[in-house]
Design a protein around this ligand. Structure first.
Ligand SMILES: [Zn+2]
Length: 251
């Protein structure tokens, strides 16, 4: 593993002061590869925190361009990035925050074998997308590749977060919690209202779980965290693996 030079020791000093991370954990972060699917409301804070935390290789995927209605909550972009690609716009901010890491923007909709290959080429995937079709596709790719998935969602005043790791026999997958059959259509979250800082809360929680996992701190598997921004309350519910799940269950 790479040695940390003086600049790196200073940049990451507040991580290194944490006994749970220390120099060893920071080295792990610098050696880690994370794939961020979506450079919108959740992806913005998640990507910025992973970059500032020193996750060494980050791929950020989004085929969309920055629109005026995005700027209320998608804080990786600004007024000067209107009409530009979201992946490139976010990558620019990530590199400005931390020039020492490698940022790879992908302006495409990752599907099928491309999605599989990208998931398998990373240590962790963050699902920061805004629709169920992508969530299920990303989940299938992560289960098949045996790569942990940090999933977040936010709409109106409600946020949710879960970490899945199919390598752990007790961990459910996204499909165990949200079977595809149960969903009425695929209304993109773009058509609902969403409280601006709510996506910041959930995207930041995704970054918390991602940094912990990549630094070697065990994630909370088998639990779904729900945040109600109206009441200000967090609650966690236990979610078991569905033995009959067509994605992660026994074939
Ligand atoms: Zn499952």
């Amino acid at each position: 593993m790479q040695e940390l030079d003086d600049q790196a020791l200073l940049r990451y000093s507040r991580h290194i002061l944490l006994p749970q991370i220390d120099i060893e954990g920071q080295r792990r972060l610098l050696a880690a590869r994370a794939l961020i699917v979506g450079a919108g409301g959740l992806g913005s804070p998640a990507a910025l925190y992973l970059a500032s935390a020193g996750v060494g290789r980050l791929t950020i995927v989004d085929d969309d361009t920055v629109e005026l209605s995005n700027l209320q909550r998608q804080i990786a972009h600004d007024t000067a990035s209107l009409k530009q690609g979201k992946a490139e716009s976010a990558a620019r901010r990530m590199r400005a925050l931390n020039p020492a890491i490698e940022v790879r923007p992908l302006a495409e909709r990752l599907e099928g074998e491309r999605l599989m290959a990208e998931a398998a080429a990373h240590d962790l995937v963050l699902d920061c997308s805004d629709n169920f079709a992508t969530r299920h596709a990303v989940n299938r790719a992560c289960v098949r590749a045996g790569v942990p998935l940090v999933s977040g969602a936010a709409v109106r005043f409600d946020g949710q977060l879960a970490v899945f790791d199919s390598r752990d026999a007790a961990s459910p997958c996204y499909h165990c919690l949200f079977p595809e059959e149960g969903e009425a259509g695929d209304g993109p979250c773009a058509t609902f209202g969403v409280l601006s800082p709510l996506v910041g809360v959930i995207g930041s929680l995704q970054a918390v779980e991602a940094v912990k996992l990549l630094a070697g701190i065990a994630p909370p598997l088998g639990r779904l965290t729900l945040y109600d921004a109206l009441s200000g309350a967090f609650r966690q519910i236990r979610v078991p693996r569905d033995q009959g799940c067509p994605v992660c269950g026994e074939k």
